[in-house]
Design a binder for this molecule. Structure first.
Ligand code: F6R
Length: 235
């Protein structure tokens, strides 16, 4: 594991964006595993800017997102598909059909999970960006009794609903269920960048990466990944 501590969110975002840029230069058809939430916004800003300067070409790239709220349509302003369009996809030349976010409105969510696993298996993720929840979740793999390997439907924990209420008008509007890539899909990525911003994340980050490997702290499984970089900013 490589652990990088920086003093600002800007630095964190730049280091992560540089890693993605290096990958894209070496492998223009890279498969990027992407996350939403506040942590990767600075990375996406930098990727958009690099594309605008003509330094990056996403025309052969593919993206596979971690998760989506169950019940939110892709055009719902709080859906993760909407987030990705707004922060990245609408500003770069990645073909729409090469961007994948679980369909939160699938008629058969279980079939959607199986199809998502087949997609992950077929494409293979080169680099996975991860944030970490205050309860130790990655994607929406919430603390539980077991590590769930495949893409699955999950009941969000109270703390996650509370934390994510900041993106909604009120806590009542936050969906209580989500569809998430499982631990297997995440761990199969060739490289993982775990980014955490702010002192509030320090305790869970340390518990996850230096404590016991347990499904009670889902991110702890990352200790077993052969190519993990953690970028932490105290800002
Ligand atoms: C988002 C996701 C979540 C977030 C985590 C941290 O796609 O999978 O696991 O990465 O909740 O969120 P922020 O970055 O908002 O602190």
């Amino acid at each position: 594991m490589q652990w990088i501590t920086v003093s600002s969110y800007e630095e964190l975002s730049q280091i992560a964006a540089d890693r993605i840029t290096a990958l894209m230069k070496r492998k223009p058809n890279a498969v990027l595993g992407l996350a939403t939430g506040s942590s990767p916004i600075g990375i996406y800003e930098r990727l958009r800017a690099a594309f605008a300067r003509g330094e990056l070409d996403f025309s052969r790239a593919c993206s596979i997102n971690l998760d989506e709220y169950l019940g939110l349509a892709p055009d719902h302003p709080q859906s993760y598909r909407f987030f990705m369009q707004k922060h990245l996809f609408d500003h770069i030349n990645i073909p729409n059909e090469s961007t994948f976010v679980p369909n939160g409105c699938a008629k058969d969510p279980e079939a959607e999970c199986r199809a998502y696993d087949a997609l992950i298996e077929e494409r293979g993720i080169d680099l996975q960006i991860l944030g970490i929840g205050l309860d130790g979740h990655i994607g929406f793999n919430e603390p539980g009794d077991a590590f769930l390997k495949g893409t699955h439907i999950i009941d969000l924990h109270e703390s996650t609903i509370r934390a994510n209420a900041r993106f909604f008008e009120s806590e009542d509007e936050v969906p209580h269920r989500a569809i998430t890539m499982g631990i297997g899909g995440i761990m199969n990525a060739k490289e993982i960048l775990l980014i955490a911003n702010g002192a509030s994340k320090k305790e869970i980050l340390c518990a996850a990466l230096t404590g016991p490997i347990t499904p009670a702290v889902p991110a702890s499984i990352l200790q077993l990944h052969p190519n993990l970089t953690v970028i932490y900013s105290e800002e």
